[in-house]
Design a protein around this ligand. Sequence first.
Ligand SMILES: [Mg+2]
Length: 279
Amino acid sequence: MANPFDGYAKKKDFLICIDSDGCAIDSMDIKHIRCFGPCMVKEWGLEEHSEEILERWNEINLYSMTRGINRFKGLAAILEEINEKITPIEDLDSLLTWLEDADELSNAAVEKAADEKGSICLKKALNWSIAVNRAISELPEKDVRPFDGVLEKITALHGFCDVAIVSSANYEAVKEEWTRFGLIGHVDIVLAQNAGSKKSCIEKLLTFGYDRDKVMMTGDAPGDMDAAKKNGVFYYPILVKHEAESWSNIMDAAEHLKEGTFAGEYQESLIEKFVNNLS
Ligand SMILES: [Mg+2]
């Protein structure tokens, strides 16, 4: 694929970067609640304890400061808990060691490691990850939608800001969803998995000539906040379980951005609410 920044040019003084999954599009809960957790229970045959395990899965991946972590890290975290408190997980150390050493946390990488080591746990992790992808692809289209107010607010923001999607999800999936919901016309650039980490995407966008204090990252997970912080740009959180409310307040953030009053008290209060909401 061509360089995703090819042909991009700054048009306005302000830039708003927006994450997709769990931020603009209501797709995180459904993927974890219907796909990631249940596929894990099934692959490891943990049906007997499924209620408490699924509750912990959702807590780790959706409702705490580990929200949005890599799927294999989330898997290792819950398997360690299960191993400690519920039932032994065979060959768990192979997964933990792989996570420490791997350069890349992908299906291809876990498959290679499973074959090389003949590891049961890595093989199960691969089967699970493949089953998750299949389950996600089979989710009814109608069940994945933008949060209330997203189209209206992005349209308004685009009136005075350049708008960039900064997502770590699959490029085609992001493009397809934003197109289907009529959002894509208010977007100047789509930066997804293929464009690199969120931190490096924001870093690259800054090289097009934006002042850091005119740039805001909008996201729902600690990783989004880190990407903003590391680039010295502002962070506007979309709070899990309060997404529509967060979107309805986003024009306040836009005003602070325009007026140059985002730094300090306002930014700190947003971050405090975000962290408290995940604790
Ligand atoms: Mg997200």
